[in-house]
Design a protein around this ligand. Sequence first.
Ligand SMILES: NC(=O)c1ccc[n+]([C@@H]2O[C@H](COP(=O)([O-])OP(=O)(O)OC[C@H]3O[C@@H](n4cnc5c(N)ncnc54)[C@H](O)[C@@H]3O)[C@@H](O)[C@H]2O)c1
Length: 388
Amino acid sequence: MKIAVVGLGRAGLPLAAVIADSGFEVIGIDVDAQKCELINKGVNPIPEEIGLDELLTKHGGKSLNATPRYEDASDCSMFIVIVPLFVDEDHNPDFSVLETALRAVGRILKKGDIVVLETTVPPRTTETRIKKWLEEESGLTFGEFLVAHSPERIMTGYSISRLKEFPKIIGGLDEESGKRAFEIYKKFVPNIHRVSSARVAEFIKLIEGCYRDVNIALANELFKIAGELGINFYEAREWANHEYCDIHLPSTGVGGHCIPLYPWFLIKELERMGKFGHARLLRTSREINDEMAEYWAEKIVLECLKVNKPLHEVKICVRGITYREGVKQLYESRNLVVAKRLMEKGLKVYVYDELVSEDEIEDMGLRFCKPEHADIVFDSFRLTTRIK
Ligand SMILES: NC(=O)c1ccc[n+]([C@@H]2O[C@H](COP(=O)([O-])OP(=O)(O)OC[C@H]3O[C@@H](n4cnc5c(N)ncnc54)[C@H](O)[C@@H]3O)[C@@H](O)[C@H]2O)c1
């Protein structure tokens, strides 16, 4: 059986490589032709992904062939779609990339094929939009082709081991879809579990993100309260946590393209249903986490006042601008927002990050400096400030 993976990004490429490594012939489809060329030469475009180098050397251009042309996958019988879904400024999902990809799959879909959506989506997307786009483009009726949802649960950097070990879930639009998708997936994802529907599968992924966001908001709030009360939060947290209590770590907020987005999928859906109050905690948590950048910017200003220089001459270095330590990703980075908030206050702000070069920093319109050349350094991953 030949399997197509649509979208060879940080989530799709490791999955395509793992499927190829399980003995399947895989066609990877990505609109980025250059990336496809690299993959076919066995070159890994995501170097921080542990284990991907080896898999691409082994399968790139052999059992894993990448192409920008959907028609090259017309003899595949399973299509796994894992392209991004963004949100607009009002936090409403923007389905355009997903629609383009699904409609393109629809145009090569045949009777008996199965489509599995892995992109994290708002509830009921699989049973409404996905089914409709596929039916409209293929001229087939659902039932002649099958549809399931299996949300990607990887963590960039550890995707290969996650796919091999972490529990993955899958749910079909109907009994037959769920059964067929599960039977195929278990050949390349050993820890796969079938749930009762695609809607449940969608929800599982969203609530996992909400749990993280709400708990980080709680940690951030408790951290601020501890500060006001003159209490060392970390000492208190160490002794508060036990089997039934897991207070998270405070932060500058929540970044990346997953956790800060997913609560909005539920908040907005509930708002549309006129049930605003049901998602109050999710909305408040989002707000608390987003406000942390300003909280830290204000704290840094107070530290700057301790430097023996007029405030506007103090050279501030924000160390760490990626959204997470060790991952070269700036999407929704709250550390970057801390730097921007300080700049908006008219201060002399520079940034430094082990993973981002001086040129890349300057291309973003920011100023680079090594921490040792600044008057004050804010380490955004450790939440510490150091005065020279
Ligand atoms: N990266 C993660 O850590 C992670 C974790 C969990 C879930 N996810 C899910 O995976 C989805 C994809 O995320 P990602 O990190 O892989 O994104 P990404 O930006 O790294 O990659 C997306 C890829 O899709 C390609 N693409 C865009 N439009 C296309 C189209 N019409 N046809 C074919 N290819 C197209 C892009 O060229 C790119 O290579 C997310 O929306 C999320 O739901 C990602």
